[in-house]
Design a protein around this ligand. Structure first.
Ligand SMILES: Cc1cc2nc3c(=O)[nH]c(=O)nc-3n(C[C@H](O)[C@H](O)[C@H](O)COP(=O)(O)O)c2cc1C
Length: 503
């Protein structure tokens, strides 16, 4: 047996065994005076082996600042059986201290018994919880707890961060399901994911559009974690709310500028492609008539004096036709490049169509000497309208030129012009090769040529020019076509009678 007391009395009988073995710290003191006369092994371990010499009286046990309160407690020790209670820090003999709960009572006329619990662990745990509570309460993100066992999982806790993010006070939020932050905006893709996670008690992260108390929107990145009790039963959900509006906006704006950059790159690429195709088209299209001219000119130079008159005429006509073609080509190229750079303007002047159209046919017959076009004019005289002759030239020359180029000799090309109350309506029809269905969508794009054009020369600019000219004149263009059986292009231009017509 460890000798625990300096003098008698030792605790008697069975009390002795309890005194020796209990994990509680037990002291006996003589009163009055408070001299500690006995300490059990637990007490000696807790206070220090030299307790009885270093701290010989009860009053000296608490840390100095709590001794006043302790003395008051000692005064409360009454008759046998009555217990006084002290809760405070006690000093060890090495001057360190520990948290304690102490019960003191009189066990004999001059003997007091003090039973002490070392509650340092409990206090530390409580301090820990307190610290965590302070941390949770003060983080800037929202922290919420919902009770998973109550109907509709109401919030039972919201921290300051939640109140700052949402504008709702704890009093307004606690007791409600947190869906009130969604307002009427309930059709959100992440809600299904959230519902499923809550249903099976799984953690999840979702992004939701939420609304503050003042109605303003923010993007809430919500982190949900389930909490289970020791039996594994789901008891709570913890929600962390992060306002990620700025990050989402920044990401969207980055995506937008990336898209713009990609589009600019794409446009640049397209422009480069157009330039390349343009250069190759121009050089190719010019070379053919130039070769024709050079061949005829060489023949005329070499054999001019020996050639028969009609052969000479044929070569001269060939040169004239080729020059006309080159002229037309130059016209188109110029028109296209001016249209591309936005330099085309409409200059409306009175155009007497009954004179203009036959003259245009005449000039076309020089380019296509071996083909005839039926002109069907159905206009009320004087048929003079405010039009831009230059644009009209481009429309008609390209449409009629195409109709001739892409239909066999001997077939009929018709150009019909009529009017209704609002529009001048031009139909150019042919019985030619038609336009394959798969090319019809892209027909008006620059440099697009249908698959079935074969060896026929062409810039791929004609219909693009026609469309641009028609649009400049505020009209529209459409076509019907069947591969192998011809096409009809219909242009409508707003009918603006020239001043001469107005009464
Ligand atoms: C702990 C916890 C926090 C929540 N926080 C939010 C929130 O901040 N914003 C929100 O729109 N929904 C939040 N919810 C989700 C809603 O409360 C609700 O579960 C969700 O709208 C799906 O259910 P419903 O379809 O019944 O509305 C939270 C849910 C829990 C359990």
């Amino acid at each position: 047996m460890v000798k625990t007391s300096l003098q008698d009395p030792s605790p008697p009988g069975s009390f002795n065994a309890l005194f020796e073995q209990t994990r509680d710290l037990v002291l006996l003191a003589r009163y009055p005076g408070g001299e500690i006369i006995s300490a059990n092994p637990s007490a000696l371990t807790a206070f220090g082996k030299n307790l009885l010499t270093a701290r010989p009286v009860l009053e000296s046990l608490p840390v100095p600042e709590q001794r006043g309160a302790f003395k008051k407690v000692l005064k409360e020790v009454g008759e046998e059986g009555q217990t006084a209670h002290f809760s405070g820090r006690l000093r060890r003999t090495d001057s360190s201290s520990f948290h304690s709960e102490m019960d003191i009572r009189k066990v004999a006329p001059d003997i007091w018994l003090a039973t002490i619990h070392d509650i340092s662990e409990r206090v530390r745990a409580l301090e820990d919880i307190e610290l965590r509570n302070i941390a949770i309460a003060n983080v800037t993100s929202g922290v919420t707890v919902a009770d998973a066992r109550l109907p509709d999982q109401p919030l039972i806790y919201v921290n300051k961060g939640f109140q700052e993010i949402t504008g709702y006070s704890a009093r307004e939020a606690v007791g409600r399901n947190c869906r009130f932050l969604q307002g009427r905006d309930r059709d959100q893709p992440d809600l299904d994911k959230l519902r499923e996670a809550l249903r099976v008690g799984r953690a999840c992260i979702v992004q939701l559009r939420n609304y503050r108390k003042d109605g303003s929107q923010f993007i809430n990145e919500l982190h949900i974690s389930p909490v289970h009790n020791e039996e594994g039963e789901l008891t709570h959900f913890v929600g962390i709310q992060l306002n990620v509006t700025e990050q989402v906006e920044a990401r969207k704006s980055l995506e937008r500028s990336e898209a713009r950059y990609r589009q600019a790159l794409e446009q640049e690429k397209e422009l480069n492609e157009i330039k390349t195709r343009f250069i190759s088209m121009v050089s190719h299209e010019f070379r053919t008539p130039m070769t024709g001219i050079m061949a005829s000119a060489a023949l005329l130079k070499k054999f001019g004096d020996r050639l028969e008159a009609d052969k000479k005429d044929r070569h001269l006509a060939n040169i004239a036709t080729s020059l006309k073609r080159m002229n037309r080509l130059l016209d188109d190229v110029l028109f296209f490049s001016r249209a591309e750079s936005g330099k085309l303007q409409v200059e409306r002047r009175p155009v007497a169509l009954a004179e203009y159209l036959p003259a245009l046919m005449e000039s076309l017959s020089l380019v296509y000497p071996d083909r005839e076009v039926t002109l069907d004019l159905r206009l009320e005289p004087p048929a003079s309208f405010m039009l831009d002759e230059h644009l009209l030239d481009h429309i008609l020359q390209n449409l009629i030129g195409n109709a001739i180029k892409y239909s066999p000799p001997g077939s009929v090309v018709t150009c019909q012009l009529r009017e209704d109350t609002e529009w001048l309506i031009l139909d150019v029809s042919d019985e030619g090769i038609g336009i394959p269905l798969k090319d019809q969508d892209k027909l008006f794009e620059a440099f697009h040529r249908a698959d079935n054009v074969g060896q026929q020369h062409g810039t791929g600019l004609g219909l693009n020019i026609v469309r641009r000219a028609v649009e400049l004149l505020e009209g529209d263009i459409r076509f019907t076509s069947r591969e192998g059986s011809g096409s009809t292009f219909t242009v409508r231009l707003p009918k603006i009678p020239s001043n001469n017509d107005k009464q």
